[in-house]
Design a protein around this ligand. Sequence first.
Ligand SMILES: C[S@@+](CC[C@H](N)C(=O)[O-])C[C@H]1O[C@@H](n2cnc3c(N)ncnc32)[C@H](O)[C@@H]1O
Length: 289
Amino acid sequence: MAVKKRPKTLSQGRPPVTRPKERMSSQQSRTIIRTHHRLEKQRVAAVKKGDAESAEAIARSIEEKGGLKLYQAASKQGQSKDRGGDSSKVLVQWLRDANVIQDHTDITNTSIETRRCLEVGALSAKNEISKFTGQIEMTRIDLNSQGPGIAKQDFMERPLPRTPDEKFDVISLSLVLNYVPDAAQRGEMLKRVTQFLRRDNVSINPENSMSPAVFLVLPLPCVENSRYLDEQMLLRIMSNLGLTLVNKKITPKLCYYLFNFTGKGTGKKAGKRKVRDGPAMNNFCIIVE
Ligand SMILES: C[S@@+](CC[C@H](N)C(=O)[O-])C[C@H]1O[C@@H](n2cnc3c(N)ncnc32)[C@H](O)[C@@H]1O
């Protein structure tokens, strides 16, 4: 007996309107991130040498390879839940521990102050720290905004605050300092951060010794495997800027730090100094001039 063919549905005859989104493999996202960092370093070195032609050629090559947009997509991939989630989860935990924020479900302390947080290098307005509206007022900036809630702004060009109200209680620099391709520029970024922290709010909650605070996240090799930086040196640089360590967490890939800004920096400079050496080490460095 001949089998009757079922009539095809309309959707079967139609080409798919959208393809399922392809995800980058972690190998692909790592390669994109590394290539972008390497080329940015080369571009800045060419600018420093006054070699405008090479700098332009490298800038073109960065764009041809997808530019900052693709780099951000690769970084966002690293924030996905199955790859460890977004780093602000750690900040939230520390703020919770310090009683700076409370879960909405168990807000018993009605005197909780609203804190101002500046997230430099923000990829999402829906990360963990953004869930505490009413307790944390977020300002998010990035060189390239990924959408509403994130202003396109270079932190190094953000106008300096004129009043305490324009300052912040928490500044997040998560995987941003290592994005800066030049060691002296990294130092400038850290110095600049301290100018945006407000100490006048300390009296509100003097027993809370973590605020104003800087949340710093770096790839672990910047601190563990660099010829020019180890943790001791990082903490000394931060301390000279008036930033005292309050919390830290080390994972196989990242190091997270929370510093309290005491406002009592020594103003001491930090140059490029070899702290150790080895064949497979990197040259990550922070220079404070
Ligand atoms: C690796 S992504 C990190 C994103 C996110 N914070 C995280 O932890 O995954 C680094 C981001 O920092 C941004 N960035 C670097 N320097 C910046 C600056 N001077 N001002 C604003 N954003 C900056 C870059 O545009 C990039 O989107």
